[in-house]
Design a protein around this ligand. Structure first.
Ligand code: COA
Length: 170
């Protein structure tokens, strides 16, 4: 499936995206706050493309066919939390040089429309660390509402607070 927005094309990840993925995912400002470690080599990025990013409804955010981020719907049991009724979770990140342009909101809007129109999904959950204001703003701008607080562990095993939000698609 390919999804198009005004500025972006969302498409499946390809093995040839490994170089671009590593460029962005080695940045410690991207993965750890989203719950995954910064990538340590292009080989690791390739492995992630073949495993994690090959799951259904996981898309590369691309401009001029360059992968600059990722957006996807996670289905139970691949969700980060077990949501009510095995609910679907939204996940996303984008390379730091592309922050602040509203690109992730644009990508998520199209993915949410696809979820509703083609997959008959009417409720989507998302969560973020309570210090991740950037992620919170994306969800607020998409119309998500506060759902609950969650406790989980960071990559070092330290307890962290997360905030969950929910979108009911009418
Ligand atoms: C969270 C993230 C996806 C937001 O993507 P984005 O396309 O930059 O989102 P937006 O352009 O809508 O900006 C969201 C907020 O980030 C903040 N922001 C904007 N530019 C920024 C910059 N250069 N540096 C830091 N924060 C910035 C602003 O508060 C903005 O809110 P506003 O629109 O009310 O001003 C992106 O920051 C990211 O990939 N972060 C690391 C991974 C991550 O946190 N993923 C989500 C895990 S839950």
């Amino acid at each position: 499936m390919i999804l198009k927005t005004e500025r972006l094309i969302l498409r499946e990840w390809e093995e040839s995206d490994a170089e671009s993925l590593y460029k962005y995912a080695k940045n410690p400002n991207i993965g750890p706050i989203a719950g995954w470690p910064a990538h340590k080599s292009e080989e690791e990025s390739l492995n992630i493309i073949k495993t994690v990013f090959s799951k259904e409804e996981t898309y590369a955010i691309t401009i001029d066919n360059k992968a600059i981020g990722c957006v996807g719907l996670l289905f139970y049991p691949n969700t980060n939390h077990h949501w009510k009724d095995n609910g679907v979770e939204l996940g996303y990140w984008i390379g730091e040089e592309h922050w602040g342009k509203g690109l992730v909101k644009e990508a998520c809007q199209e993915l949410i429309k696809h979820a509703h129109d083609d997959l008959e999904i009417n409720i989507i959950y998302a969560s973020f660390r309570n210090d991740n204001q950037q992620s919170k703003r994306v969800l607020e701008k998409l119309g998500f509402k506060n759902y609950c607080k969650l406790k989980s562990k960071d990559l070092s095993g330290n307890e962290i607070q997360e905030i969950a939000m929910v979108l009911e698609i009418k």
